[in-house]
Design a binder for this molecule. Structure first.
Ligand code: PGA
Length: 253
């Protein structure tokens, strides 16, 4: 981690936790992270628990993120949620382009190119997810995939806003598999993502936070978070338990 960038540890709950379970979690988490100076902590609950979590985290260091949003401000898009609806209830940010959204729900780079600026325009912090499949890594296509996703998804963002985006490098083969990237793999890919931002603005590349995601656990977090270009973690499974999520936050200090 670089001392110039505040690390972010964000927990992506995916489709887990009712409102009651979310309240139980946050009551257990807040005392455990109250002294996490210098670390930003985020939770990403399902839509229906967002408002309750905004309420329950008020005055704490924990920020609340949605897991997806639509690019339009309103319209005939059944089932979708707009950025302005998230900011109305004081949601802090939004995950965009998670590989599950891309693979299972047809999220495209074209839509993401609109979603990233729409999120920022509404005042949300986007966490843009990128990453290669196992096949792509074996074929030697990791950098090509990352270049494509970073360039396309940030194409409509002015250079001077690049540093306001958080990018999460999540190798798809590491998500939910227990097969974490090696420190060398994580550092190499994340330095490459930062270099892609530097192609547009050196200054913004120094600001942009790039997280690692994929089977981050309390016992591997410290090693990953110590890497020079890794500015935090996007945590799935291990974020569902308050004690294990707090242990990952502690590893970022
Ligand atoms: P995992 O998920 O930590 O369970 O691998 C990470 C993610 O999907 O963001």
């Amino acid at each position: 981690m670089s001392s110039d960038r505040t690390p972010l540890i964000a927990g992506n709950w995916k489709m887990h936790k009712s409102i009651a379970e979310a309240e139980e979690f946050i009551a257990a988490l807040l005392p455990r992270v109250s002294d996490a100076e210098g670390v930003e902590v985020g939770i990403c609950p399902p839509f229906l628990a967002l408002q309750a979590m905004v309420h329950s985290t008020r005055g704490s260091r924990v920020q609340v993120f949605a897991q997806t949003m639509h690019q339009a401000d309103h319209g005939a898009f059944t089932g979708e949620v707009a950025a302005s609806m998230l900011t109305e209830i004081d949601v802090h940010g939004v995950i965009l382009g998670h590989s599950e959204r891309r693979e299972l729900f047809g999220e495209t780079d074209r839509a993401l190119a609109l979603k990233v600026p729409a999120a920022l325009a509404a005042g949300l912090t986007p966490i843009l997810c990128v990453g290669e499949t196992e096949d792509e890594r074996e074929r030697g296509d990791t950098q090509r995939k990352l270049r494509h996703q970073v360039q396309e998804d940030l194409a409509r963002l002015p250079d001077d806003r690049l540093g306001d985006v958080v990018i999460a490098y999540e190798p798809i083969w590491a998500i939910g598999t227990g097969q974490v990237a090696t420190p060398e793999q994580a550092q190499e890919a994340i330095a490459f993502v930062r270099a892609l931002v530097a192609d547009r603005s050196r200054e913004q590349a120094g600001r942009v936070r790039v997280l690692y995601g994929g089977s981050v656990k309390p016992d591997n977090a410290a090693e990953l978070l110590a890497l020079p270009d890794v500015d935090g973690a996007l945590v799935g499974g291990a974020s569902l338990d308050a004690a294990s999520f707090a242990a990952i936050v502690a590893a970022a200090r």
